[in-house]
Design a protein around this ligand. Structure first.
Ligand SMILES: [Zn+2]
Length: 234
């Protein structure tokens, strides 16, 4: 027997509803910043107080995303009886998102896109060097590259968790695929996706002009600590 949303305690149902509203509206940021085409890309959020996540449905146009069509899944990535039509299935990237939530308890949101510049770096399998103060602030160093992994098992999720475990960056460029970003909530993961594309573009342009100048590690550390503490990003 599957879990039925209507059978869960009222406070959990309220938390699911808030997460659905949050995740649905955050998808508009992906189109606003030009990070996605067609139905590619997805945002998910962990439901506070429950072992559930909310994610974009598969194959639905961005114009048609509403809170009540956001799919509710267990942290094993299995859709619960959430009131959506049976034909509405969770994003094909759900297993990767679920793996991240199971293995990184501090993560409350995950975003995935194929944004052009970040994905161009991923196609070359090259990390984005930390050559901008905003990179030191937001990412605390280079944006790392994760392994090549195909959809269908845990390999994408495992690649994300293992790569980010060795980095301060909330973004990983999965090789030949594109960026996955994490945050304390869904909004923070979307912000990381927007910033990841921005620095991927700027560092690419800088490369066309010559060799970008690296920032010394001690200055990266100072910028990162100041930004993360003063602005309370974590
Ligand atoms: Zn993808």
């Amino acid at each position: 027997m599957g879990i039925r949303l209507v059978d869960l305690p009222a406070e959990i149902q309220d938390a699911v509803q808030r997460t659905r509203e949050d995740v649905a509206s955050l998808h508009a940021e992906l189109t606003r910043y030009g990070l996605v085409v067609w139905t590619a890309g997805n945002v998910s959020g962990r439901v506070p107080g429950a072992d559930l996540l909310v994610i974009k449905p598969s194959g639905v146009s961005y114009d048609e995303l509403r809170p009540d069509t956001m799919v509710v899944c267990t942290l094993d990535g299995v859709k619960i009886d959430d009131g959506t039509p049976a034909g509405l299935t969770p994003s094909s990237d759900t297993a990767a998102h679920a793996y991240v939530y199971r293995h990184l308890p501090g993560v409350g949101g995950v975003t995935h896109t194929h944004s052009t510049y970040a994905t161009a770096w991923a196609a070359r399998g090259e990390e984005i060097p930390c050559v901008l103060t905003m990179m030191a602030d937001e990412f605390g160093g280079p944006i790392p590259v994760g392994p090549f992994a195909v959809i269908g098992d845990d390999s994408i999720g495992r690649g994300i968790v293992e790569t980010l475990g060795e980095s301060r960056s909330p973004a990983v460029l999965m090789r030949n695929h594109g960026p996955f970003t994490i945050g304390t909530d869904a909004r923070a993961s979307v912000k990381a996706a927007v910033m990841c594309e921005e620095v991927a573009r700027t560092v690419h342009v800088s490369r066309q002009l010559g060799d970008p100048v690296p920032i010394p590690q001690d200055l990266i550390d100072r910028l990162y600590d100041r930004y993360q503490n003063v602005y309370g990003q974590h």
